[in-house]
Design a protein around this ligand. Structure first.
Ligand code: TMP
Length: 248
């Protein structure tokens, strides 16, 4: 499948048309931004890692029953995905206080919750992605009530699956952001990416941050952290694959 015209360029990805109107090609860049584009930089090799990690996670989620936009990895940076209309909500699931939650509510980072929590932001760069509740989303016509219910169900299920996936690799899933899209038949599927750009991933033993917070907070070792988290994913996933082969 060849790239057609460039449809959209975001902060970290480009989106191209293909000869099939139902499919798009997403191409991951090394560009990084934070604080709604105020901070800019490059994380060398990030595009390759985010592409491959997001695809591996989407394949795992799909196998476990989560519908996703993933179709096929074309090369290190490019992936074929189903074309959707993105629901303009950023869905954030948290297992522990960190980032804006820790700051807004005066809770120490790393404080675990008894059960996961969820929040929505209005995906709108001009407004700075403001936090909103479900009733605000309905008032703004961003999604239908059934869609919001479906998004919450899929998000919490995704959290359980990703938490277990990372736990097996010695990593704590602190929080993450998801985006959903609508297919032409109206069904809701997981879209966008799941990567160290969109998740907080801490080493379970040491608490070392293995995600984009190293860039956001100028902690150093950004590229190394991306490589380390990708290594954790690949080592264990290969071991799982070998074990599955032996059991056949
Ligand atoms: P926050 O604590 O800054 O609200 O971030 C929560 C999670 O969402 C964290 O894992 C990082 C991710 N995130 C994005 O993917 N995109 C964004 O624009 C923001 C602000 C956060």
């Amino acid at each position: 499948m060849e790239k057609g015209s460039l449809l959209y360029e975001g902060k970290a990805k480009r989106v191209y048309a293909t000869e099939d109107p139902a499919l798009l090609i997403v191409s991951y860049k090394d560009d990084a931004t934070a604080f709604n584009g105020l901070k800019r930089g490059t994380i060398e090799g990030k595009g390759v890692i985010n592409n491959r990690m997001s695809n591996a996670l989407m394949r795992y989620l799909a196998k476990e029953g989560i519908p996703t936009h993933y179709v096929k990895e074309l090369n290190d940076r490019d992936t074929l995905v189903k074309k959707v209309k993105i629901v303009p909500l950023e869905v954030i699931v948290r297992n522990m206080a960190a980032g804006s939650f820790a700051k807004n509510y005066g809770v120490e980072e790393g404080t675990a919750f008894d059960s996961p929590t969820i929040e929505f932001s209005y995906k709108n760069d001009a407004l700075g992605d403001p936090l909103l509740n479900e009733y605000h989303a309905l008032a703004l016509g961003l999604a239908a009530p059934e869609e919001i219910e479906e998004i919450k169900t899929l998000s919490f299920r995704t959290n359980e699956l990703l938490k277990a996936f990372w736990l097996a690799r010695g990593v704590t899933l602190v929080d993450f952001k998801l985006e959903f899209g609508r297919l032409p038949d109206g069904s809701i599927i997981l879209a966008d990416e799941i990567s160290p750009d969109t998740c907080r991933l801490w080493d379970s033993e040491t608490g070392k941050k293995l995600d984009k917070d190293r860039f956001r907070r100028d902690l150093g070792g950004v590229e190394e952290a991306y490589r380390e988290i990708m290594g954790r994913l690949e080592d264990r996933t290969e071991a799982d694959g070998a074990a599955a082969d032996e059991n056949r």
